[in-house]
Design a binder for this molecule. Structure first.
Ligand code: AHR
Length: 652
C-alpha cells in the first residue's frame, strides 16, 4: 500500500493576531489537588477542625469530626479528646487534649497515605502546644516497620501558654507510608493545635516541588483559581470566600470541600468515601497569586455572585439585597488586595503577608459556571458587578459565563445577552467562559467550532477535556485517543486566536485513589507524578505559541490530519503543529513558500503512540512523552514522515 502524502505550504500571508499566553491552567481543589496535592503539607486534619459531609442537593449536612485522622499511640494508651474552651483561633476553635499515664505515649496522624520522606531532605514540623500540669517535652518521630527513620525533641519543657514549637525531621533513607508520631516524654496532660509538616524543598515553602514543576513546564499564560464549582459551593456556607483564605493560616476557616459529597445518592446512603475532604485553605488567594507570579502566568480569580452551585443547590442571596452588595464589595476588595498600594486596607494586608509590590491583577471572573433561568438572574448579577467594578477599576477585564455546556439554549441565551451588551459597552466583558466536556469524536469534528464565531466578544475556553469515559478514580480514560482529539481541536483554537483568547484543560490534578472526577491532566501519588498524553498536548501548545497565525495551503491527502501555523515575532520562528489522528504514517512536506528561509535545520518535538489506548501510569510515566528531533531543511522545505497517532511541532 502506498503511503499517504500531504503537503502544507506557508504562503507568508498573515492570518490573525493571537494571544501568545492563550494556553493556561485551571486550578481547583478537586481530586485532592490542593490539600493532599499541590499544597506540600503532609498532615491531614492538621487543625482538628475536619467535617464529615453528607447528603444531597439542598440537604447537605456535616458532622464535626475533629479527631479524624488522629489516634492514640501506642494504640489503647493515651486518651485523646477535642476541646474548644480556650483556643488560639476563634475561627478554628477546636484543639486536641492528650492525657497519658506513662512515658512515650501520644498520637499519630493518618497523613493521607502515611508520611513520605525523601532522604536527606529536611522536614519542618511546627505545632502549638500548651502544658496542662505538664512540663515534660514533646518528641516527634517518623516510624515504619518498627524502625525510627527520623526523630526530634523539644527542649526546655512545654509552656503553660499556647506556644509554637518547631522541630526538624530528616531521614537517611527514603520513606513511604511512614507513621507520624507525637509523644509526651512523661505522663501528663497537654493540648495541641495547628500541626504542619512541610518539606524544606517545597517551592516558596508551599508547593510540592514535582507538581509545581509540571505546571511550570507548560509555560502557562494564566492561572484560573480557585475553581470551578468550589467557587460556588454546594451551598453558600461552603462557597470559597477569598477573605477567609488570607492572613495567618491559623485563622483561615476550615471549610468542607464541595467534592466531599460528589456522586452521593440513595445507593451509597448519601455518603462518599471522600466525605472527609476539607479545605484547610493553606493555599489561599495570596498563595495563588504567588503561584501565578512564580509561573509567569496572569492570575484569573473567579468570584461568587451570590449563587451556590446551580446543579447542587437552589440557594442564593437576593440580587436586590444588602447581602448581595457584600459579594460585589468582596470583588472590589479583592482588586485592592491584589493591586492596591500598601497604604490601602487590603493592599496593606498583602504587604504584611510579604508582597509589598502589587500582583498586577488584570482579569476577574464574575461567577463560575452560571446560567440564566427563571429562578436565577445571573445576567442581572453580572451587570451589577460590572457596573460597580468598572466604576472604580475600568481597566479590569471581566470574565462572564456561558454556562456548563456549549450548543444549548442557555449557552445561546448567554451569547445573545453578552453580544447585545457589548454593542453598548465594549468593556462589558473581556471574555466569555465556555465549558465543554465531550467525547473525542466531538473534538475531532469540531476543530472548526470557532471558524464562524462573530468576533465582537472573545472566548475563554475555560474548561474542556475529551471524555472517553468519566467518573471517580479512572486514570485509564486519559489515553492518547483523548489527547489527540484535544490536539486536533486546539488547531482550531489557535487558528481562531483572534476570538479565542484563553484556553484551559480541566481539571488539572488527580491524586490516585482520591479522585472524584476523571479524566485529569496530571496524576500523582504520595511520591511521584506523571503527565497524561493530554498533559503533553497542553505542554506542546503552551511552549509553542506565536503571536500571529499564518495562512497555508493544503496539498495531497488531509483525511485525519489537522494543522495550524503561527509565527513568533520575538524569536522570528514559524511554528507548525501537525496532528495525525490516523493509524498510518504519512509523508509530509512543509514548505515555506514566499518565505526565503536560509535555515538548514528545523527543530521538532513529536508526541506519538503506538495505539490510541496508550497512556502513562505511575509505574510507566514516560510511555507517551514528547521526543525532540532535528530535521533538515532543504530550500525552505522540511520533509518528514508524520507518525501515526501523533502531534508534531516544528519550529523554523
Ligand atoms: O472541572 C470540574 C468541574 O466541572 C468544575 O468544578 C465545574 O466548573 C465544572 O462543572
Amino acid at each position: 500500500m502506498s503511503k499517504l502524502k500531504s503537503s502544507l505550504a506557508i504562503t507568508g500571508e498573515k492570518g490573525v493576531d493571537i494571544n501568545k499566553g492563550m494556553i493556561g491552567l485551571f486550578f481547583e481543589d478537586i481530586n485532592y489537588g490542593a490539600d493532599g496535592g499541590l499544597y506540600a503539607e503532609l498532615l491531614e486534619n492538621p487543625n482538628f477542625e475536619f467535617l464529615d459531609s453528607r447528603g444531597d442537593k439542598d440537604a447537605y449536612y456535616q458532622k464535626f469530626d475533629g479527631l479524624y485522622g488522629w489516634k492514640a499511640y501506642p494504640e489503647g494508651t493515651a486518651v485523646l479528646s477535642i476541646t474548644e474552651e480556650s483556643p488560639i483561633s476563634k475561627t478554628n476553635p477546636h484543639y486536641l487534649t492528650v492525657t497519658t499515664n506513662g512515658e512515650k505515649q501520644g498520637f499519630t496522624n493518618r497523613a493521607f497515605d502515611g508520611v513520605t520522606l525523601k532522604k536527606g531532605v529536611e522536614y519542618i514540623l511546627t505545632f502549638y502546644a500548651r502544658g496542662k500540669a505538664y512540663q515534660g517535652n514533646i518528641e516527634a518521630q517518623i516510624k515504619g516497620q518498627g524502625k525510627v527513620y527520623a526523630s526530634a525533641l523539644t527542649t526546655g519543657g512545654v509552656q503553660g501558654e499556647w506556644t509554637q514549637y518547631s522541630l526538624t525531621l530528616m531521614s537517611e533513607e527514603d520513606v513511604r507510608n511512614g507513621e507520624f508520631i507525637v509523644c509526651l516524654t512523661e505522663a501528663g496532660k497537654a493540648e495541641f493545635d495547628f500541626f504542619s509538616l512541610m518539606p524544606s524543598d517545597a517551592v516558596l515553602g508551599l508547593f510540592r516541588a514535582d507538581l509545581v514543576q509540571f505546571l511550570k513546564d507548560i509555560t502557562p499564560g494564566f492561572l484560573r483559581f480557585p475553581g470551578g464549582c468550589i467557587v460556588e459551593g454546594n451551598e453558600l456556607s461552603n462557597r470559597y470566600q477569598w477573605k477567609e483564605s488570607v492572613g495567618p493560616r491559623i485563622h483561615r476557616r476550615n471549610n468542607w470541600n464541595r467534592w466531599a459529597v460528589h456522586e452521593n445518592n440513595q445507593e451509597n446512603d448519601f455518603t462518599s468515601i471522600y466525605s472527609h475532604y476539607n479545605q484547610t485553605l493553606g493555599l489561599g488567594y495570596y498563595e495563588y497569586f504567588l503561584l501565578s507570579e512564580y509561573l509567569g502566568a496572569k492570575a484569573i480569580p473567579i468570584q461568587n455572585v451570590g449563587l451556590a452551585c446551580q446543579y447542587q443547590s437552589t440557594q442564593k442571596v437576593a440580587s436586590d439585597s444588602d447581602e448581595f452588595n457584600e459579594f460585589i464589595q468582596d470583588a472590589l476588595d479583592l482588586i485592592e488586595f491584589a493591586n492596591g498600594d500598601a497604604d490601602t486596607k487590603w493592599g496593606n494586608l498583602r504587604a504584611e503577608m510579604g508582597h509589598k509590590e502589587p500582583f498586577n491583577l488584570e482579569y476577574l471572573g464574575i461567577g463560575n459556571e452560571q446560567w440564566e433561568t427563571s429562578e436565577v438572574d445571573y445576567f442581572h448579577r453580572y451587570e451589577c458587578f460590572e457596573k460597580e467594578i468598572h466604576k472604580y477599576y475600568p481597566d479590569i477585564k471581566l470574565v462572564s459565563s456561558a454556562g456548563p455546556n456549549v450548543n444549548t439554549d442557555t449557552y445561546n441565551a448567554a451569547w445573545k445577552w453578552v453580544r447585545e451588551k457589548a454593542e453598548e459597552n465594549s468593556n462589558f466583558t473581556a471574555v466569555i467562559d465556555e465549558h465543554y466536556y465531550m467525547p473525542p469524536k466531538w473534538f475531532l469534528e469540531n476543530d472548526d467550532f470557532y471558524d464562524e464565531y462573530p468576533r465582537t466578544v472573545k472566548v475563554f475556553a475555560g474548561e474542556y477535556a475529551a471524555h472517553l469515559g468519566n467518573g471517580m478514580n479512572r486514570p485509564e480514560v486519559s489515553t492518547m485517543e483523548a489527547a489527540l482529539a484535544e490536539a486536533a481541536f486546539m488547531t482550531g483554537l489557535e487558528r481562531n486566536g483572534d476570538v479565542v483568547s484563553l484556553a484551559a484543560y480541566a481539571p488539572l490534578f488527580a491524586r490516585i485513589n482520591y479522585t472524584q472526577w476523571s479524566p485529569d491532566l496530571i496524576w500523582f501519588d504520595d511520591q511521584k507524578a506523571y503527565g497524561t498524553p493530554s498533559y503533553y498536548v497542553q505542554k506542546l501548545y503552551g511552549n509553542h505559541m506565536g503571536n500571529r497565525t499564518l495562512k497555508f495551503e493544503k496539498g495531497g491527502d488531509w483525511e485525519a490530519l489537522y494543522a495550524t501555523v503561527c509565527y513568533d515575532d520575538e524569536t522570528g520562528e514559524h511554528i507548525i503543529k501537525l496532528v495525525n489522528t490516523g493509524s498510518e504514517a504519512r509523508e509530509t512536506e512543509v514548505a515555506l513558500q514566499a518565505v526565503n528561509s536560509a535555515k538548514q535545520e528545523a527543530s521538532a518535538v513529536i508526541l506519538s503512540a503506538a495505539a490510541l489506548s496508550d497512556r502513562n501510569t505511575i509505574e510507566e510515566p514516560d510511555k507517551v512523552v514528547p521526543v525532540s528531533v532535528v530535521l533538515p531543511v532543504d530550500n525552505g522545505t522540511v520533509r518528514l514522515d508524520l507518525k501515526p497517532y501523533s502531534l508534531t511541532v516544528i519550529r523554523l
